[in-house]
Design a protein around this ligand. Structure first.
Ligand SMILES: Nc1ncnc2c1ncn2[C@@H]1O[C@H](COP(=O)(O)OP(=O)(O)OP(=O)(O)O)[C@@H](O)[C@H]1O
Length: 247
């Protein structure tokens, strides 16, 4: 079943037409990867879906769970169960791991109030489940987030998103700047989160790593979809990989 359906959107930064007639769909329970070189429009696409502006979506429709969310504000879209973990990871450096998660509680409660008239999901993942998924965070509950390694901060950012109510988790370059060993730990966490039923839309520069865990891939170039298909198909398509991904 389709959970997210992006239909022919056009996104603009001022007069720059960055996202061009872009369509994609994300199936319930799958991991979908959005790949492409620097500047291909991956982050902008996630921003369009999350309701963040710019870019402005001037045409096309975005539907989530059958509901048209194209013109909704970001807070409402979040309440519906779409979370974006941005590239910068944005954890609160001066707060401990536990406090960072607790803050997500506050956001969740606010979402519940905001969600009165929306068809929102109730609860996110419990703190104990989160610590089970991310044992490193469990060990570092009382440590300030600013002192965590890059990989641990990435895990904390993902954990916070899950602690709110998330049906669709959008991850923007979760492997960026991480050592191979840590990439593997984040990769395993993403797999387990997916197996537990959260749908994932993953943006990555590291196409090889992303293809490993994705069910379906989209490749973007200059704001347009130039490939879509199962991950195995992209893995076997050396021409597309050379031309658009350089791998
Ligand atoms: N705030 C902005 N104002 C104007 N143009 C922007 C803005 N943000 C991004 N762009 C442009 O939009 C295009 C797509 O950028 P985007 O960040 O979506 O690409 P990306 O595929 O995510 O690449 P990266 O991996 O570098 O983040 C680029 O040409 C970029 O210069």
């Amino acid at each position: 079943m389709t959970l997210l359906d992006v239909e022919a959107i056009d996104g603009y930064y001022g007069e720059s037409h960055i996202i061009q007639d872009l369509s994609l769909s994300v199936d319930d329970g799958e991991i979908t990867a959005l790949l492409g070189r620097n500047g291909a429009g991956k982050t902008s696409t996630l921003r369009c879906i999350s309701g963040a502006t710019p870019p402005d979506v001037r045409s096309g429709r975005i539907r989530f769970d059958g509901v048209d969310i194209t013109d909704e504000p970001p807070e409402d879209i979040a309440v519906r169960g779409i979370s974006l973990v941005p590239e910068e990871r944005r954890v609160f450096s001066d707060l401990t791991v536990a406090e960072n998660l607790h803050l997500a509680d506050t956001v969740r409660n606010k979402a519940n109030t905001l969600g009165r008239d929306l068809d929102f999901r109730d609860d996110g993942m419990s703190t104990s489940d989160i610590y089970e998924y991310f044992p490193r965070l469990d060990e570092r509950r009382t440590q300030k987030a600013g002192t965590l390694s890059g990989g641990e901060q990435q895990m904390l950012a993902i954990a916070r998103a899950l602690h709110q109510s998330t049906d669709l988790l959008m991850l923007d370059e979760p492997y960026e700047g991480l050592a191979p060993q840590i990439i593997e730990a984040v990769e395993n966490a993403i797999r387990r989160i997916s197996e537990a039923g959260t749908t994932i839309l993953l943006v990555e520069q590291n196409a090889v790593a992303a293809m490993k865990i994705a069910d379906r891939c989209y490749v973007l170039d200059r704001g347009q979809v130039v490939f879509e298909g199962p991950a195995e198909e992209l893995q076997a398509d050396q021409e597309t990989r050379d031309k658009y991904l350089g791998v």
